[in-house]
Write a protein that binds this ligand. Structure first.
Ligand SMILES: Cc1cc2nc3c(=O)[nH]c(=O)nc-3n(C[C@H](O)[C@H](O)[C@H](O)COP(=O)(O)O)c2cc1C
Length: 273
């Protein structure tokens, strides 16, 4: 049984982190999150999926538009093809269920068409953002729900590497695009996932106005915390978090095909005006 202090220590990778007086079982649950990349083959039942989707639908939605959808993929052959589009990540093959979360403006276009109304607002970047935000909020609720049922999850941003191929595989209509995948399954107890530290709150929390200099000390601590984390996991530490992050934003080539996302979105019916 985790004490609240141990949850905070793991979350911030520090033995002397301040533990707030406020707390709840839900917050404790959130603090214990870690992405899971090793799964048992046990299937995820339809009932479990229904409960997870109900949790996802319980997220807030911009103007109650529900500009998102999700495709549940269990067929190993389809999952393997999607895995290939997403850098052939092993955990996509292994997870019994892959949920592909979609920004979905097709439904709204259809609703407007049915009423004989125009729908040119769907051409704007703003409406695409509505779909992305709605999909992300729903998916994160699904993650929390799945974890509460003893399942493990990992997001798959690499689902955006080849948007046209993913769209063809899932038979997505125009104005629908995959934002990310989410692997789900029972965590393999032989390969338990550890809580990965986050930067100190001084890095992300600003009081009243924003400050970059106020983040410097916290980021230095974070480089150390992540170095210690990788060492504890027997992972090859390739530089600090700062090095790793700088590499990730170096240039368009670091985006694994996603440097042409605007072109792909335009083709998929998102002019992004
Ligand atoms: C939108 C999004 C996309 C991600 N894409 C991938 C991915 O393609 N492959 C992967 O193994 N992990 C992926 N992750 C997982 C992150 O690497 C992980 O959340 C991060 O390292 C923090 O670790 P934690 O979730 O265990 O706390 C993604 C996470 C998010 C939020």
């Amino acid at each position: 049984m985790n004490t609240r202090a141990s949850l905070y220590q793991a979350r911030y990778g520090s033995p002397d982190v301040a533990v707030p007086d406020a707390g709840s079982p839900v917050i404790d649950h959130l603090l214990a999150h870690s992405s899971v990349r090793a799964y048992l083959p046990d299937p995820v039942s339809d009932d479990t999926l229904a409960a997870i989707i109900a949790a996802a639908q319980s997220a807030a939605s911009s103007s109650n538009l529900h500009a998102w959808s999700v495709v549940a993929v269990r067929d190993p052959a389809r999952k393997a093809r999607l895995a290939e589009f997403a850098g052939d990540q092993e955990h996509i093959h292994k997870a019994p269920l892959l949920l592909v979360w979609l920004a979905d403006l097709a439904r709204l276009e259809q609703v407007a068409n049915k009423l004989g109304e125009p729908s040119s607002a769907l051409d704007y970047l703003e409406m695409f953002e509505v779909g992305v935000i709605d999909a992300a909020l729903a998916a994160q609720n699904a993650v929390t729900a799945a974890e509460s049922l003893g399942l493990g999850t990992v997001y798959i941003g690499a689902m955006r590497n080849k948007p046209e191929e993913v769209a063809a595989e899932l038979q997505l209509p125009t104005r629908v695009v995959a934002m990310f995948g989410l692997c789900l399954g029972t965590p393999d107890p032989q390969a338990p996932a550890s809580v990965k530290p986050r930067p100190a709150q001084s890095v992300v929390l600003h009081q009243e106005t924003y400050s970059l200099p106020a983040q410097a000390a916290g980021l230095e601590q974070y480089d150390e915390a992540m170095r210690a984390f990788y060492t504890s996991q027997n992972m090859k530490v390739r530089g600090t978090w700062s090095n790793h992050s700088a590499k990730r934003v170096r240039d368009g080539a670091a985006l694994s095909g996603r440097d042409r996302l605007v072109e792909a979105l335009n083709k998929r019916g998102f002019p992004l005006k």
